[in-house]
Design a protein around this ligand. Structure first.
Ligand code: PEP
Ligand code: MG
Length: 567
């Protein structure tokens, strides 16, 4: 491969979290591969010495994890690293691997692999808490093997200096552990603008560019990258002038407090998307008028077994308490496709995005939905001033809607609604909203299903674009249906975080916008700059366009107000 470390070049993707940052490039390191079975030491080798290397490697892994824990600024990351370090200190795995070296003469890395396999099998059979620890055992295994073989530990780079993270793609579980004080920006070859990697980057406020094809090749480890999370342009080894000019632009700071409204006073609630109590605190601090989407599955992504009702009550309460006298729209578990929850997902599906995901899991595991609604109701009673609304993800039919609303009513959760993420639900909104009290449009999935384009695939980014006129027409249809029953319709997909598109959504009839807390000041500023009638004009312009690019450009051309604001 050509050495691009010192070459000035650009790669363009889709900016998914605004902000301009520059820093040294680090790559996510590849997973450790299984050492070949039966790989043995030669009879001339010193077996005791080979066994001793395993203990040394394990000590080193433990020390590295402890150091990383001390450096971590996010409490959740620190706790996770400390817990892994404690597990790495457990002598059982090392002793078993050493025995395999001495007795079976396996090479140390194979011995560690087999010893870890045995522990994970036992833990899986024990179930519960132990089964949940198997991911940690594999993580420790891989770190010890990496140390034994001179490879880099898989996953995030072990760097003390803040860096630009470049990866083919990032698993949501890895993205969730990113430390925003260490990761300046993210650039991925793959992942679409609506992937959960993009959503997590946004929530953490890390400028990110996704679907930047060729990025991992062009942005070599060690080079300097200038990342613009708005325009999607990444410059490899920029000139000093380019750096200075770009970083100056990033100095404008906006804040929001109060109530969202257009210039002529038409109210549009500005809400936040949250995934756990920490992001709820951030949302409250950002001035959000409430929560428009609480992704409850984000609390339990690393769980092998279902959380108890008590655990759920604790998580939900900890979110509700940040919003006294305000609205929190909590979504029931949305498991499946790129967010599989091991305890609620079926791994035998060929097309998981079209399979038993979202509300559909309730049919196979009705007790989990019931327990969750019980937990939500208990947490809502404990935070009586919070206005708790409940909604189900990925509803496709009127029957599902009626069943969900009835389940909620059993728990006295009377403000129950649905997410509109499937075209059939958008077209049926007039019927659906006869029962459901509100709708929240998930434009990420609505785009995926309207365009038949996997939202995770960077190569399909042109399809995965909420500016697609067909998607806008579906949003319009949803709002028309809602009008029949005077029901509120929010948007909680990433589309709501784009200032220009947010205005189009308001023009289409959307009554609230929910987004990552970081996007709130920009969207609120854009809204306050135009009248409702102007939003309606923009909506008419966008819906009438034949392509997404035409819609985006036509709306931008009609919005000198935003350009003047630097948005
Ligand atoms: C959406 O699909 O737009 C949405 C908000 O839900 P999620 O991104 O969690 O699938
Ligand atoms: Mg969705």
């Amino acid at each position: 491969m050509e050495d691009t470390t010192n070459v000035r070049a650009t790669v363009t993707g889709i900016g998914v979290c605004s902000g301009i940052k520059a820093g040294r490039v680090y790559h996510v390191t590849a997973p450790i591969e299984e050492p070949a079975p039966g790989l043995r030491l030669s009879p001339r080798e010193d077996y005791d010495k080979a066994a001793a290397r395993i203990a040394q490697a394990s000590d080193k892994v433990q020390a590295n994890l402890e150091q990383a824990a001390q450096r971590a600024t996010l409490e959740s990351t620190r706790e996770m690293l400390e817990a892994t370090a404690t597990m790495a200190a457990d002598p059982t795995l090392v002793a078993d691997a050493q025995r395999r070296v001495r007795e079976d003469h396996l090479v140390p890395e194979r011995a560690v692999w087999e010893a870890a396999h045995e522990v994970t099998e036992q833990f899986t059979a024990l179930g519960g808490y132990f089964a949940e620890r198997t991911t940690d055992i594999r993580d420790i295994r891989d770190r010890i093997i990496a140390s034994l073989t001179g490879l880099l530990a898989p996953g995030l780079p072990a760097s003390d200096e803040p860096y630009v993270l470049v990866a083919p793609d990032l698993a949501p579980s890895l993205a969730a552990t990113l430390d925003e004080n260490l990761v300046l920006a993210i650039v991925t070859d793959g992942a679409g603008p609506t992937s959960h990697t993009a959503i997590i980057a946004n929530a953490k406020g890390i400028p990110a560019v996704v679907a930047a094809r060729g990025a991992t090749e062009l942005l070599a480890p060690g080079s300097i990258a200038l990342v613009n999370g708005s325009s999607g342009i990444v410059v490899n080894n920029p000139t000093p002038e380019e750096l200075e000019a770009a970083l100056k632009q990033s100095d404008v700071v906006r804040t929001f407090s109060g109530e969202g409204a257009t210039k002529d006073g038409h109210r549009v609630q500005i809400l936040a998307n949250v995934g756990d109590p920490a992001s709820a605190a951030e949302a409250a601090a950002a001035g959000a008028e409430g929560v428009g989407l609480f992704r409850t599955e984000f609390c339990f992504l690393d769980r092998e077994t279902a959380p108890s009702v008590e655990e759920q009550v604790a998580e939900y309460s900890a979110v509700f308490e940040h919003f006294p006298d305000k609205k929190v729209v909590i979504r029931t578990l949305d498991s499946g496709a790129d967010k599989p929850l091991p305890f609620l997902t079926f791994d035998d599906e060929e097309n998981p995005a079209l399979g038993v995901r979202g509300y559909r899991t309730a049919e196979r595991s009705p007790e989990l939905l019931d327990q969750q609604l019980q937990a939500i109701a208990t947490a809502a009673r404990a935070n009586a001033s919070t206005d708790v609304w409940v909604m189900a993800p990925m509803i496709s039919t009127v029957d599902e809607t009626n069943a969900f609303v009835a389940s909620c009513e059993k728990h006295s959760l009377n403000t129950s609604g649905v997410m509109i993420e499937v075209p059939s639900a958008a077209l049926l909104s007039g019927h659906i909203l006869a029962t459901a009290k509100f709708a929240s449009i998930g434009t990420n999935d609505l785009t995926q299903y309207a365009m038949a384009a996997d939202r995770l695939m960077g190569v399909l980014a042109n399809f995965s674009d909420p500016w697609q006129p067909a998607v806008l027409q579906l949003i319009s249809a949803t709002c028309q249906g809602a009008l029949l029953h005077s029901r509120p319709v929010g948007v909680c997909g990433e589309a709501a975080a784009n200032p220009a598109l947010a205005l189009v959504l308001v023009g289409l009839g959307v009554t609230s916008l929910s987004m990552s807390p970081r996007a709130i000041p920009e969207v609120a500023t854009a809204l306050a700059a135009v009248d409702l009638e102007k939003c309606r004009d923009l909506a008419r312009i966008a819906v009438a366009c034949p392509t997404a690019a035409d819609a985006r450009h036509a709306v931008r051309d009609a919005l000198p107000e935003l350009t003047a604001l630097g948005l």
